[in-house]
Write a protein that binds this ligand. Structure first.
Ligand SMILES: [Fe+2]
Length: 225
């Protein structure tokens, strides 16, 4: 029963993220990568399985608040103005509000709220510092930063994994948590290149082209419509 509910939960989170993908091509693939990296970091840190699963779920939904951003903001090519950047930063608080409505998700909501805090207290939305930031939020921050750097974006090419890892090292103690970065570095040091660049099959969540041909789904939608 519990396993079934958990699966439904994850599927629902996946469906939400796939919805967001319709607006922001980058987010679904990015969310799957952050979920997997966050789970693996939690495992490497020796955290209980329950926390590993929580890290996965939170990674999947960490940017869900982007659904609530003003039309055009996510889609805008090129650099953002200061005001647009401020609006963009609201996505973590919006995400918290969305998830707060789901029973049993209050911790998930809190973790999502704080995924852009920084160890030095210069992050948002609350300027929490060090251990004030929930551990899983600190884990997501590292996975998020790394996958963002190693992904192609409209305004720049992906960085090689080695460069991104060097940058993570430089951000330790200011932006990122030392223990979390060390755990991730240990994982990446012995990982395959497919894992380092989130190209392994397990990263293809919600992006499988075969999904588009599921005629059963289409038929039932057409019938309802
Ligand atoms: Fe985010």
């Amino acid at each position: 029963m519990n396993a079934t509910l958990e699966r439904a939960n994850l599927q629902f989170a996946g469906a939400l993220i796939t919805t967001l993908d319709a607006r922001d091509e980058y987010t679904a693939g990015h969310s799957a990568a952050v979920a997997i990296y966050s789970r693996d970091i939690a495992a490497r840190m020796g955290l209980p399985e329950e926390i590993q699963e929580q890290a996965y779920l939170c990674g999947l939904v960490h940017d869900i608040g982007k659904i609530g951003l003003p039309a055009g903001l996510l889609e805008k090519p090129g650099a953002l103005t200061l005001e647009e950047r401020r609006q963009m930063q609201e996505h973590s608080a919006i995400g918290e509000r969305i998830l707060r409505n789901v029973d049993e998700y209050s911790e998930v909501a809190t973790i999502v709220r704080h995924h852009h805090e920084r160890i030095d207290g210069e992050g948002y939305p609350d300027g929490l510092a060090g251990d004030e930031i929930p551990l899983v939020s600190r884990i997501i921050a590292v996975a998020d930063a790394y996958n963002a750097m190693t992904s192609n974006r409209p305004y720049r090419d992906a960085m090689p994994s080695s460069t991104a890892r060097h940058r993570l090292g430089q951000a330790v103690g200011s932006q990122l948590d030392t223990d979390v970065v060390m755990a991730f570095e240990a994982i990446l040091a012995s990982a395959t290149e497919d894992y380092r660049l989130a190209r392994a099959p397990e990263f293809q969540f919600g992006r499988d082209p075969r999904d588009d041909e599921s005629d059963d789904g289409d038929a039932s939608v057409a019938a309802v419509a």
